[in-house]
Write a protein that binds this ligand. Structure first.
Ligand code: SF4
Length: 379
């Protein structure tokens, strides 16, 4: 009898990202709600009885339909989401939530209103200023509005008990995903960057209860075994792993992830929501404890100093910025962060990437050169 590779069940989800959601909908008759990344609180959707599904535009590198509606100088995250919706890939969605994090996502929401009038939709207006007295109250009222809206769609406005249950489930899931990141640090040949990402990315688009159960079958207790080569620790800042093939390239070139701020990476699982007290307050607390998304306003020095400190603490030899092409918030933040790194003598590389227009060969050449530069005495 052949033993099934426990990673395959996660890999399959990325190969056919909507299969689980369609299956869940057929089986339960429940509502599936899509959300663009980052920072839509899945717990609110879950506690209203819906299945939250993250939509990543990088899966639609050919955006020929969307380009009829959106300027060509739009990031692949937004362009790809519109492309998939227009060509019908997302027809199983009952609702869509788009977080307002930049002008592009705001415009994408207006486009969604025009193109899909039959679909329920919300613009989640995340706070841009995080160091302001009223931010927490504002965000709580925005979450409360979201809970009302999702409750209208599903017919179940989440109560405190339901929300606590969801918070608990998502905290447990995040704890397991953090453990996977730790395993990558201990045994990067087995718990590769590609595999760890596969776990987070699949968690974002299937029932979390089932995902948690499936993670139990992973080889948590396998002894690490000899690593093939000494790996070079890097810290990564960016949005999503775009193009997705960059992960296997980093594995292959002998890098390891010492820490990252990707919205489908460690940033997504770093902070939990406290289980005592009011659940919406707990979600606000989680948002505020999460590394601020590029383009959010905090005192500039604290953004830069906090970043350099996180890089130092990670022990990384260098920093890789994976900046989405045409992303203004990333382009705005990067020069200050890079010059602070320079002052601290930490090398960095900025790669401007886009699912549709970056050649893997070019990425490889630049990453190889970076590896050589930061490897020092390592082979
Ligand atoms: S923040 Fe950047 S990557 Fe995200 S939607 Fe806006 S422009 Fe695109």
């Amino acid at each position: 009898m052949s033993v099934e590779d426990p990673w395959n069940r996660f890999k399959e989800i990325l190969e056919d990202p909507w299969k689980e959601a369609r299956h869940w909908k057929e089986k339960t008759g429940g509502k599936v709600i899509g959300h663009l990344l980052p920072d839509v609180p899945e717990e609110i959707l879950h506690s209203a009885g819906a299945l939250p599904v993250a939509i990543e535009g990088v899966w639609a590198p050919d955006a020929s339909h969307a380009q009829a509606h959106i300027p060509g100088y739009t990031c692949s995250h937004a362009m790809g989401a519109a492309e998939m919706a227009i060509r019908g890939d997302l027809s199983f969605l009952d609702g869509m939530i788009i977080p307002y994090v930049c002008d592009t996502t705001r415009n994408l929401f207006h486009l969604w209103v025009e193109l899909f009038p039959q679909m329920s939709k919300e613009l989640l207006r995340l706070p841009k200023r995080l160091d302001f007295d009223g931010t927490r109250d504002y965000l709580r009222s925005e979450y409360s509005r979201l809970a009302e809206s999702v409750g209208r769609l599903t017919g179940r406005r989440p109560d405190t008990a339901a929300m606590r249950e969801s918070l608990n489930l998502y905290n447990r899931s995040r704890a397991q995903l953090r453990r996977a990141h730790e395993k990558h640090g201990e045994s990067p040949d087995l718990w590769t960057m590609e595999r760890v990402h596969m776990l987070t990315a699949s968690a974002l688009r299937m029932p979390r209860e089932i995902h948690l159960k499936r993670m139990e079958a992973l080889p948590w207790n396998d002894s690490a075994g000899p690593e093939h080569k000494e790996r070079i620790a890097v810290y990564v800042r960016g949005k999503v792993w775009d193009p997705p093939a960059v992960l296997s390239l980093l594995d292959e070139l002998g890098f390891m992830n010492a820490g990252d701020e990707m919205v489908t990476g460690f940033r997504a699982v770093a902070a939990d929501a406290p289980l005592d007290g009011d659940p919406l307050d707990a979600l606000v607390q989680r948002h505020m404890a999460t590394i601020a998304y590029p383009g959010c306003h905090i005192e500039p020095k604290s953004i830069v100093d906090g970043f350099v400190e996180r890089v130092r603490m990670s022990g990384a030899r260098g920093v890789l910025f994976l900046n989405p092409k045409f992303c203004e918030p990333a382009a705005f933040d990067t020069p200050d962060l890079q010059s602070a790194l320079e002052k601290s003598q930490i090398p960095s590389l900025v790669l401007e990437t886009s699912a549709g227009s970056v050649s893997p060969g070019r990425l490889r050449v630049r990453l190889e050169a970076f590896r050589e530069m930061i490897a020092g005495d390592l082979p």
